[in-house]
Design a binder for this molecule. Structure first.
Ligand code: C5P
Length: 306
């Protein structure tokens, strides 16, 4: 396909962030990734990607989180577009505009959200109508969290996080997220610290916790708050000890549970209701802990056309 053949206007796709309600980390696989058992939930913080045909590749960043995001070919959105293009022998260059409102390097899969959004946007722009399984396969090649961001809702992730199974989940959960001040945490560095702390132990393959699945089945936020967990949290706290203060503040101001989101450093707080999340967000903003404070609810849809 040459650029002259592309007549479609720009396509925009919105993609949510994720939080891990449970992140159980097992042993290291031969490919270097860790075996995981996680429960993902898509939450209403969004990045938005617009793709338009162009003569040369370019990336433009907008929104509140742009620092440290590459605008060259190493940007995950560009890599996603190029993998899909290669599969279909498309040589079209694109202008990719990314509105970034998900914290960067924050443990909420912002870069993965951009890749998921770009796959869907390019599929529509190029009129490919790819089967869902094809996009999911490319997504899994590009990153462990990307298939879930296409999927959305609440789901179990296994393998290295890319294998998804549905979860019976009721209710809407109200969250407050505190993005950390300063630089984010590198996911590989957090996993390395996890390995260092576990001294090369051969950790058994983890499985979802039955109490957590039961809490989701009944939509019981108090029961859920009692069992949320993140095996990466001690490693993230070791690399950024100031996060402990953020977690303590959130609990003091009324969160039902507070934990590091994924590999961090964003801290996630589960609250009892939409009103409670407003109160907590106001209190945390006033205390000037962390950088920015965001309210969100979940589960929400995965990547979708605007
Ligand atoms: O798949 P993704 O690109 O998100 O992974 C980023 C990094 O996180 C990997 O390179 C690896 O160091 C670490 N990782 C891991 N085990 C997983 C997922 C990620 O060790 N299951």
């Amino acid at each position: 396909m040459s650029s002259a053949q592309i007549t479609s206007p720009a396509v925009t796709v919105r993609c949510p962030a994720k939080v891990n309600l449970e992140l159980l980390v097992g042993g290291v696989r031969p490919d270097g990734f860790h075996t995981l058992s996680t429960i993902y939930q898509a939450v209403s913080l969004y990045d938005e990607v617009t793709v338009e045909p162009a003569e040369t590749w370019s990336v433009t960043l907008r929104g509140q989180y742009t620092e440290g995001v590459p605008t060259d070919g190493s940007n995950l959105a560009v890599r996603a577009a190029k993998v899909l293009a290669d599969r279909h022998a498309i040589t079209q260059a694109l202008t990719v505009t990314i509105r970034k409102d998900i914290p960067v390097a924050g443990g909420m899969a912002g870069g993965s959200a951009d890749a998921a959004a770009t796959l869907l946007a390019c599929d529509a722009l190029w009129g490919l109508n790819s089967p869902k399984a094809d996009l999911e396969e490319i997504a899994a090649e590009l990153g462990s969290d990307i298939p879930f961001l296409l999927h959305g809702g609440t789901a179990i992730g296994s393998g290295r996080g890319e294998l998804l199974a549905p979860v019976l989940a009721r209710g809407t959960y109200h969250w407050v997220f505190v993005a950390a001040a300063g630089e984010g945490l590198s996911t590989p560095a957090v996993y390395r610290e996890f390995d260092r702390r576990h001294g090369g132990l051969d950790i058994a393959d983890p499985r979802p916790t039955p109490e957590l699945m039961a809490a989701l089945r009944t939509g019981d936020v108090d029961a859920l708050a009692a069992v949320v967990s993140n095996d990466l949290q001690p490693a993230a706290l070791a690399l950024n000890p100031a996060l402990r203060e953020t977690l303590d503040a959130g609990m003091e101001y009324g969160a039902l549970a507070g934990f590091v989101s994924g590999s961090g450093p964003t801290c996630a707080f589960l609250t009892a209701s939409a009103e409670a999340s407003i109160d907590l967000a106001v209190a945390l903003s006033a205390s000037e802990i962390g950088d920015r404070v965001h309210r969100a609810h979940g589960p929400v849809l995965g990547a979708h056309l605007r």
